[in-house]
Design a protein around this ligand. Sequence first.
Ligand code: NI
Length: 391
Amino acid sequence: MPILNRVAEMQDEIAGWRRHLHQIPELGFDVHRTAAFVVEKLKEFGCDEIVTGIGRTGVVGIIRGRRGDGPTIGLRADMDALPIHETTGKPYASTVPGTMHACGHDGHTAMLLGAAKYLAESRNFAGRLAVIFQPAEEGGGGGKEMVNDGMMERFAIEKVFGMHNRPSMPIGHFGIRPGPILAATAEFTITVKGRGGHAALPHHTIDPIVAGSQLVIALQNIVARHTNPLESLVVSVTTFHAGEAYNVIPAQAEITGTVRTLKREVSKSAEERIRTICNGIAALFGVTVDLAYNTNYPVTFNHPDETEFAGNVAADIAGEEQVDRSLPPAMGGEDFSYMLEARPGAFIFMGNGDSEYLHHPAYDFNDEAIPYGVSYWIKLTESALPAKAGT
Ligand code: NI
């Protein structure tokens, strides 16, 4: 089944919703206007049940198939934007200074709405479809909050599927893989405390900048010398703040960074190693080193059977040669991981063409991708919940 005719007809309407959402980006859990827009549309489509406030500002819509006596599957889109000042210069650019849809969640939300509209009209499936619109994917863990709010049990969701656009992958292409597809993430803050003083009298100080610099270098050894080269691990120091004057050695330095892994064991061992290095640097330089280590999103782990199923659906839409079923994992994080920990399912990437990369101020979701994403959701629903012949 290539792109559905009806979906091709709907493209302009869906692109209109996408551009509207693009103009009103909202951050984290504060997605009130976006959620209200989603609710208004779901009502208009004749959704059987619409529940708001799941995971604070998440929305779930239930659409019953022609035969209601089947399982429930969940399709998830994310609604939040990023604290980035948009530079696309597009006529539908963000109207909120310093906030933009730089990850394409406007496109994800619009495409799931498009599928909801089609499926609420045709209802050519058995069982129930839950369309899940989550807040706070970009940090904050909206997906986790929705799961913790009992979403899976409340709507009896048996399987869940997610999708993300990917720049540099051609339009009409899909990529997926069984097992880990995105990394587990953790953030650390290291505070190095020494004794400040005159820069000309370093022997009267305990310099936190020199100690902190050694610490940054030592952290590089975790990947280079401590981890099996066949495993995936990123340890990146991303900020280093200390001092304010040319002639003063400060009393304190603060270093922050992120850790990305594809396995829980590797993540655990990296955390232990960071702790050991902090203690070692403290002993070596006579500074005190405090480590705050926060584990964040878990690995986004695709379940094998659902991954094969999702790959088949994508191949049906796009053609087998357009589907990469062994896409290399990426070291970004994704809080759909919490939904995949709660229920079997799969997360797929869909091409966004030759656009700027995600989180770039000139990134824009490509509306040409809409028919592929919407058709994928529709085909997935009708295949996962087949309406019996003659009903
Ligand atoms: Ni995203």
